[in-house]
Design a protein around this ligand. Structure first.
Ligand code: NAD
Length: 500
């Protein structure tokens, strides 16, 4: 199906992607698939104001009823899963099963949020004063701004929006300028859910505003945006975080990763090879949780690298819609150029590189397919400490677990990490306070991808935000501490005397 067929079927009118200065191109072959306008700062400000009006209504709707809207949206996603997934593949270049997996994540977070809508629990707290009761309540926050990256063009918005909505907020979404069409399609599905929901959902509860960084910045700076959830590069986070802080807004940052897998002497190497190859080369290395470093014990390093090299060389690269293809295109030429620069730097810094060359350039001159690269490094040099958003896997060797953990932690990013070991002591040390410093630490599974049930996010330059499962919902609400006096006295706290 063409992009137009898919967008028609998903309910997006052709006029919505017929003109404008942002051209959507399919990374599969570089062909234009639509154009949308860059809305600009004023249109963004207007959208925030409309969202704020919607919020003042939505916060009064009981949370379980708010959950019903998210349940209906989940139904729309289920009904249209294959079409939206095909559009993700077309616009972001993911292989078909990963496109489907992305939409499945949206469905999963809707299910999670529906349950959550009846579980926004506060605490009751023992008061030190007789005849008094203390408690904590969680209230809706306001407008939640969502800025998303191209590589999860719809799931990241859904992680935020599903929770934000049951928590009583309105949402304004600035998607990546590389993936505006999947955003329009998601919005169309949401509007179907709204129509079925009925009158108590206000207009403009969820809006999408396409545009580039300047349009995003208007969302960042708007005083009515109570929470700005921004997913993208550390460079973007550095620009956005201080601006939100300057107006005392709340920020939830989900930025770059540089994820490592430690492979210990006792590891099941069959398992490790599968986990590493999917982690490093799946999604053509364009996940925040992509495995970028392997830190292998000296006793198994050479065998592991030989097996990784065999697997790497066997991966089928090509049109991500074709059966059997595991590696699709890079998103654009800039991504390919950045990959080549990193490989050149790795060679200069002593790396032995296999792969990394452009492939299918003859058949697809407007698309950027690259062979995945394996780079044996003599040490964790400067280039290894950077996130290059491409399928490059660096390998390093270690002698002691302390040394491996120190290497794993010695990068500026702190998103995902893993150890393959069958030694209980090693596994527990890796998970302990003196182990991995990442937001995600795994044993005998890789770094890539995560279930929505856990809180997702990372430390250091990854930004410190947490979204999706566990108690991440608390970021989308404000906490009020309440004390109620049901006695006939007015004792002061800490025994203070102030008789009048
Ligand atoms: P990017 O930083 O180029 O763009 C991300 C979004 O930020 C886009 O919507 C862009 O328009 C917007 N933006 C950029 N500068 C801005 C500014 N100054 N003000 C407001 N908005 C601005 O990232 P990308 O290339 O789309 O995505 C890849 C990056 O995203 C990688 O670094 C990857 O690790 C990261 N990522 C992180 C997570 C996570 O959960 N930690 C998830 C997905 C992607």
């Amino acid at each position: 199906m063409t992009a137009k067929d898919l967008l028609d079927a998903l309910g997006v009118p052709a006029a919505a992607y017929a003109t404008g200065d942002i051209a959507a191109r399919s990374p599969i072959d570089g062909t234009p698939i639509g154009q949308v306008p860059d809305a600009g700062p004023q249109a963004m400000a207007d959208a925030v104001e409309r969202a704020h009006a919607a919020f003042t209504h939505w916060r009064n709707v009981p949370a379980p009823r708010r959950g019903e809207l998210v349940r209906l949206f989940g139904e729309e996603l289920r009904a249209h899963k294959s079409r939206l997934a095909a559009l993700v593949t077309l616009e972001a270049g993911k292989i078909s099963s990963e496109g489907a997996g992305e939409v499945q994540e949206m469905i999963d977070i809707c299910d999670f949020a529906v349950g959550l809508s009846r579980q926004l629990y506060g605490l009751t707290i023992a008061s030190e004063r007789p005849g008094h009761r203390m408690m904590e309540q969680w209230h809706p926050l306001g407008v939640v701004g969502v800025i998303s990256a191209f590589n999860f063009p719809v799931a990241v918005w859904a992680w935020n929006a599903a929770l934000a909505l049951v928590c009583g907020n309105a949402v304004v979404w600035k998607p990546s300028e590389k993936t505006p069409l999947t955003a329009l399609a998601t919005q169309a599905l949401f509007e179907r859910a709204l129509t079925r929901f009925g009158q108590d959902a206000p207009a403009h509860l969820c809006q999408v505003v396409n545009g580039r960084a300047a349009t995003g910045q208007a969302l960042v700076d708007h005083p009515q945006v109570a929470l700005l959830s921004a997913t993208g590069s550390t460079r973007m986070g550095r620009a956005v975080g201080p601006r939100v802080a300057a107006r005392f807004g709340r920020c939830l940052l989900e930025l770059g990763g540089n994820n490592a897998i430690i492979v210990a002497p006792s590891a099941d190497l069959d398992l490790a090879v599968r986990g590493i190859v999917f982690g490093a080369y799946g999604t053509a290395g364009q996940r925040c949780t992509t495995t970028r470093r392997v830190i292998a014990h000296a006793s198994i390093h050479d065998e592991l690298v030989a097996r990784l090299e065999r697997a790497r060389a066997s991966l089928k690269i090509g049109d991500p819609r074709e059966t059997g293809v595991l590696i699709g295109p890079l998103v654009d030429q800039a991504a390919y150029d950045a990959m080549q620069q990193a490989l050149a730097a790795a060679r200069t810094q002593g790396g032995r590189v296999t792969g990394g060359e452009r492939v299918l350039g003859g058949a697809q001159p407007q698309a950027w397919y690259a062979a995945p690269a394996l780079v044996q490094m003599p040490a964790q040099t400067e280039v290894v400490c950077h996130e290059t958003f491409a399928p490059i896997l660096y390998t390093l060797r270690y002698e002691t677990l302390d040394e491996a953990i120190a290497l794993q932690n010695a990068v500026p990013q702190g998103l995902s990490s893993a150890i393959f070991t069958n030694d209980l002591r090693e596994a527990e040390q890796f998970l302990s306070a003196r182990g991995s410093d990442c937001g995600i630490a795994n044993v005998n599974i890789g770094t890539s991808g995560a279930e929505i049930g856990g809180a997702f996010g990372g430390e250091k330059e990854t930004g410190g935000g947490r979204e999706s499962g566990s108690d991440a919902w608390k970021a989308y609400m404000r906490r009020a501490t309440n004390t109620v006096n049901y006695s006939r006295e007015l004792p002061l706290a800490q025994g203070v005397k102030f008789d009048v």
